[in-house]
Ligand binder design. Structure first.
Ligand code: ADP
Ligand code: MG
Length: 729
């Protein structure tokens, strides 16, 4: 029988580089060629259709049926000219992945012929069977039908000869079954609330969009080695594996030369991404061996999220062609860094200004201050909501593990902005925007533009850090959709801005000048949200204690974090902004809990199987060899020499037995704990029991398996080792 690990290693070591042919073109010549972008629309749409699509994108106006037919005809000829044979509505179900169902353009007509058909109603709406997507109970009480409806704000694109039309996905009764529906609603609320606040300063602002630039981290593993690890295949992470003698301690991988094989892969996925209009810009090695990152130029949030979903798909798809497998899991390897997905987020006006970039005039600085403080206030108030939206079993391994921000939500704004907020908090002076007035508060404060010259004032340990002209939400996990945290972040800021405006307007109604009113409320918020500001080392033990003193929560595990997801505060927040109903929110909560339970359950089963079928038999086989050897020694050596020389071998035999015994009994206990958990009906209770009494066995079993890895003959060990997974490239 051949050891699968060696077979895999042999394959990995004898790879020949796939040859990738690219057209010798500049990226600008193919960028976006597979998207139905504005240039394509101009070419393929009538004036009328083009104008209506633009109106729909910019103002959210409905496209009428007749024009929808025209648009469909235009998209169809464009797509067919690009070689597409099928079309599909493309959406973001609550699995966190993407979904598509392909239909051929071809339709039979009389005489045994076929013609390509695609009409307005096929573009605008479809009716996929929703029954196999998670719905958190919404579906079962109604019909299984679900509807997808075209989202014209994200351009249609062609992937694998299929025209994909980004859509929302709702149930027969109109409840959201996806991420895009509440996202678009949250972005709408944010636009409205931010525009209203901007108009205190500038009447030409009519629209505010949120912008997102994600940074996607991932690992690459040779596919043969990947396939020889059932834990990687089934759970996305290694459940066993002793640390490699060398991993990231020399810090020689980060920003190092990209390995040739990986670079070839990167070039290819970037080429594909660029054709799809994904503005990928940055690529580099990350901290852990075989860990990498890619990041695009930021875009409007909805589009940027679609692009991230596509990117995750591309990373996976293109890697396979290079015999590599992309690991998007937050913690594929214990002991080296895990992967995150920083969400860089800001707000931009139709007048092309970044609301989180302080301007040159006192007016724009006050506006900057208003937005900054409202965001801090929102994060303070709804920290638990933000935490809930990034909760997943994978991310639980990262948050608070000295490589990623802790589970405590706090914000970093830098020394100079902190000094400024402190000065405003402690000053009772009235603000005047004209610099020549005597009691001009802003004049006496450090000037904000100067502050930004110091861009090195960064805190890489903060979960939510201000980085000069944007916030960076660093606690998001690499495998997660950005949609969940983006729905929440945009919603809580919208909600906060609405409250701000009503407080300011109340003061104005009492004859307080606008500027005084703005500053008065800002000052109040600075005081109220002060606890959420933290400039120190978020990884330190002192912060955990300090945060507790400040009353900030530290929800370390997913079941704890999810408690806030659908509590009465959350329901009020989502309902008053019309983003999700109580019913929809509760459904989502249930899906998150179910997802947690299932993932831990799968991991636990895989762990049990591997321990029983892979590890213990191999350990016994090796132990038998040792026993034979010791027996042999006894025959050939005199008793005194034997007594002296067999001691170490006998020790190994005993040690192996001890580990086997521990593994076997802990796996049995784990299975019993699982049975207890599985009998529970209530998903919240069940998730807590999985977390509290099943999960803890993982580390204990692993400890003994990893010890065996060091004891057992390397030639017998069946699972590719960390040094092989992390350094084969
Ligand atoms: P880092 O130092 O964290 O790598 P970068 O300056 O390279 O940060 O930017 C990281 C990401 O932030 C990129 O995706 C970039 O496009 C994005 N970004 C820059 N400006 C904005 C903005 N105004 N809104 C949203 N994202 C932005
Ligand atoms: Mg960053």
């Amino acid at each position: 029988m051949q050891n699968l690990r060696f077979k895999a290693l042999e394959m990995a070591m004898t790879r020949t580089q796939p040859v990738v042919e690219y057209p010798r073109l500049k990226a600008s010549e193919y960028f976006g060629e597979l998207t139905f972008n504005r240039a394509a629309m101009r070419e393929y749409l009538t004036e009328e259709a083009y104008a209506q699509v633009m109106n729909s994108i910019e103002k959210g106006e409905k496209i009428d049926r007749k024009v929808a037919d025209q648009v469909a005809a235009g998209i169809k000829s464009w797509a067919i000219n690009k070689g597409a044979t099928h079309y599909s509505h493309w959406f973001l179900p609550l699995t966190g992945a993407t979904a598509e169902k392909h239909d051929a353009f071809i339709d039979p007509v009389e005489g045994g012929r076929g013609i390509e058909k695609f009409r307005g109603n096929e573009l605008s709406q479809q009716e996929p069977d929703a029954s196999s997507f998670p719905s958190g109970g919404i579906r079962s009480t109604f019909e299984a039908r679900g509807y997808t409806a075209w989202d014209p704000t994200s351009p249609a694109f062609i992937m694998d000869r299929t025209l994909c039309i980004p859509t929302v996905f709702v149930s027969y009764t109109g409840e959201a079954l996806d991420f895009k529906t509440p996202l678009l609603k949250a972005l709408y609320a944010l636009d409205k609330a931010s525009t209203d606040v901007c108009r205190y300063f500038d009447n030409s602002v009519t629209k505010v969009i949120a912008t997102l630039g994600w940074e996607q981290e991932y690992f690459l593993v040779d596919t043969a080695l990947f396939l020889a690890r059932p834990d990687l295949v089934l759970t996305g992470r290694t459940l066993f594996g002793h640390a490699s003698a060398k991993d990231q301690q020399l810090e020689d991988h980060y920003f190092g030369t990209i390995p040739h094989r990986v670079l070839t892969f990167m070039e290819e996925f970037e080429y594909e991404a660029h054709r799809l209009g994904i503005p990928v810009k940055t690529r580099h090695n990350e901290v852990a061996p075989n860990q990498f990152e890619c990041a695009p130029v930021y875009e409007e949030v909805n589009l940027s999220i679609d692009h991230n979903q596509l990117m995750m798909h591309l990373l996976d798809k293109v890697a396979k062609r290079h015999n590599l497998t992309t690991l998007l899991h937050e913690k594929p390897f214990s002991g080296v860094n895990g992967s995150g997905k920083h969400n860089n987020w800001s707000l931009a006006t139709n007048t092309r200004e970044n609301l989180l970039a302080p301007g040159k005039t006192p007016e724009s600085n006050l506006r900057f201050l208003v937005f900054l403080v409202n965001i801090l206030k929102a994060v303070h108030e709804h920290a638990d909501q933000l935490r809930a939206m990034i909760a997943s079993p994978g991310n639980d391994h990262r948050l608070g593990a000295n490589e990623a921000p802790p589970a405590i939500m706090s914000a970093f704004i830098g020394t100079q902005l902190s000094t400024m907020l402190d000065a405003i908090e402690n000053s009772e002076a009235h603000v005047a925007l004209k610099p020549e007035t005597d009691n001009d508060l802003l004049k006496n404060l450090p000037k904000i533009p100067e502050i930004l010259l110091d861009n090195t004032d960064r805190n890489r340990t903060s979960p939510f850090a201000f980085t000069g002209n944007k916030f960076e939400f660093r606690a998001v996990g690499s495998a997660q959709t950005c949609a969940a945290p983006m729905i929440t972040l945009n919603l809580i800021v919208a909600d906060q801005l609405i409250r701000f405006k009503s407080e300011v307007d109340e003061l104005i109604a009492m004859k307080v000048s606008t500027n005084d009113a703005l500053l008065k409320v800002v000052r109040k918020y600075i005081k109220e949200s002060k606890a959420v500001r933290f400039e120190g080392n978020n990884y330190s033990e002192e912060w955990v204690n300090e945060a507790a003193r400040r009353g900030l929560s530290n929800l370390r595990t997913t079941p704890e974090a999810l408690m806030a997801m659908a509590d009465s505060k959350a329901v009020d927040l989502f309902e008053r902004n019309k983003v999700l109903t109580s019913r929809e929110l509760h459904a989502r909560h249930e899906i998150h809990l179910e997802n947690y339970i299932k993932k831990i359950q799968i991991e636990s089963r895989v762990l049990g199987d591997l321990a029983g079928n892979h590890i213990i038999p191999v350990a016994i086989r090796y132990q038998n060899t040792l026993i034979e050897n010791v027996k042999g020694l006894k025959e050939v050596l005199d008793m005194q020499t034997y007594g002296k020389l067999s001691r170490n071998q006998l020790d190994i035999i005993t040690e192996i037995s001890e580990h086997i015994d521990k593994i076997k009994s802990f796996v049995n206990e784990m299975v019993e704990a699982r049975k207890v958990a599985n009998r529970l009906e209530n998903p919240e209770e069940k998730a807590f029991v999985y977390c509290g009494s099943v999960l803890p066995f993982f580390e204990i079993v692993r400890f003994h398996v990893d010890k065996l890895e060091l004891l057992v003959d390397d030639e017998l060990w069946p699972l590719p080792k960390y040094r092989e997974l992390l350094f084969t490239r």
